[in-house]
Design a protein around this ligand. Structure first.
Ligand SMILES: [Zn+2]
Length: 314
């Protein structure tokens, strides 16, 4: 299960990752647990899975299987794993969506140190080092979205000013487009243009849109450098809503990274030329991540049960 801002996607797979069924439902105002269960039942169609993995945004406590969806900490936690496990009668596991996506990238076996960077309405990252997904005491390891990108930048949802998320995520792109229109700059962009329109206009050579795309690319390139140097990963995979713009999003980012690589032997050494990749646009990284989370959780549970049996027998 992959819980998103507008939809909940579900994927039912066999032991060899063969897709048996898939589907999605628009999110609504019902309690989260109810929505996830309804979407799960729709793809299960009476079948009983070995387990359920759930990738979700928000503050996730993977060990407890809980999630808190709002930034406001007074909102109660939803015990999502126990709700789903209780109703479906099988083990359920919850993980933050970017960590789930990183777990999936890791499971593909192409290197054991990487970062999944999601750039959409917000910016978040999950870091895997030597085969382990970092979590940290706070569960915030890798949260690059709230590292300062421009100290004089606008106020961020987290309360601080000039976070990367406040200058390079989707709402920032839309805000910059609106500001340029307000200033009367010559552009094909219409009032209310969102990130998709901005990147489309950039692809068509619109100067305002091209400048916004270049700025976002520069901010993200610095963030990529920060991630690579701070964690020692040699691969950064970028996904999320903005990345779906494809080349108009990727080109300025690659260009900014190449600029840094050309100026610094350190950066060249830390990040190989093909070290930055875009997640293919139709990849359901969250849902596949949830599959990996479920499989890993089931394996760990059976290993635990095996150890308990040995203790009991011995
Ligand atoms: Zn912030």
């Amino acid at each position: 299960m992959d819980v998103g801002g507008t939809k909940i996607a579900a994927l039912l797979v066999d032991g060899d990752d063969g897709v048996i069924a898939s589907g999605s439902a628009r999110t609504d105002s019902r309690p989260l647990g109810e929505q996830v269960l309804a979407a799960a039942r729709a793809v299960l169609d009476g079948q009983v899975p070995a387990g359920v993995g759930i990738a979700t945004p928000g503050q996730v406590d993977a060990a407890a299987g809980t999630v808190r969806m709002a930034v406001n900490v007074s909102v109660p936690e939803v015990p999502l794993a126990s709700i789903v496990a209780g109703e479906l009668g099988v083990p359920a596991f919850v993980e933050h969506d970017t960590r789930a996506a990183a777990a999936w990238l890791l499971s593909k076996g192409d290197g054991d140190s990487l970062t999944y960077l999601s750039v959409g309405t917000g910016i978040s990252a999950a870091v895997a080092v030597n085969g382990r997904i970092l979590r940290g005491v706070s569960g915030l390891a890798g949260e690059i979205g709230h590292v300062v990108a421009d100290p004089h930048g606008p106020r961020c949802v987290c309360g601080l000013a000039g976070c990367l998320e406040a200058v390079a995520a989707g709402p920032a792109v839309a805000r910059q487009a609106a500001a340029a229109i307000d200033r009367g700059e010559r552009t094909s962009l219409q009032p209310g243009a969102g990130p998709a329109e901005v990147y489309r206009a950039a692809a068509e050579g619109d100067r305002v849109a091209t400048r916004i795309a270049a700025e976002v690319g520069t901010y993200l390139a610095r963030a990529v450098r920060g991630i690579v140097l701070a964690y020692g990963v040699d691969r950064v995979v970028v996904g999320g809503g903005l990345s779906r713009a494809g080349q108009p999003f990727l080109s300025p980012l690659l260009q900014a990274i190449e600029q840094e690589r050309s100026e610094s032997a350190l950066v060249r050494h830390a990040l190989r030329q093909d070290g930055l990749q875009l997640l293919p646009p139709n990849t359901e990284a969250g849902a596949w991540g949830a599959v990996v989370i479920a499989r890993t959780g089931l394996l760990a549970a059976s290993a635990d049960a095996g150890r308990r049996r040995e203790v009991d027998d011995g």
